[in-house]
Ligand binder design. Structure first.
Ligand SMILES: [Cu+2]
Length: 112
């Protein structure tokens, strides 16, 4: 008898979580960019608002992903991975502070 009510309650909670999630931007996907031989791959990537990029450093040296405009700066230690979330549409060019020839571009397109 209470199962319908329970189902409705769960649906309401789920909906509330989705609304909150969308608002704080936790609902996005994680998209990987690999680092190998001093290069980002893919060097240019398109994601949606709220998505997160996870750089996976396969090199034996530390790298950074640093926005040209200084808006974000991620250290990706040797053999490790690190993440940056993108909440606003736009294009960010970035580079590695250790190896300025390493460059990449993130295009963030408006979500839903
Ligand atoms: Cu580097």
């Amino acid at each position: 008898m209470g199962s319908m009510r329970t189902a409705i309650r769960y649906a309401a909670i789920l909906l509330a979580l989705q609304i909150v999630g969308a608002r704080v931007g936790i609902a996005g996907e994680v998209v990987q960019v690999k680092i190998a031989d001093l290069a980002f791959s893919p060097a240019e990537i398109t994601i949606k608002e709220g998505d997160t990029i996870e750089w996976v450093n396969g090199d034996f040296i530390d790298h950074t992903a640093t926005a040209n405009n200084g808006a974000w700066d991620v250290l990706i230690a040797a053999g490790q991975s690190a993440r940056q979330q993108f909440d606003h549409a736009g294009t960010s060019k970035y580079f590695c502070r250790v190896h300025p020839d390493m460059t990449g571009t993130v295009h963030v397109i408006a979500g839903k």
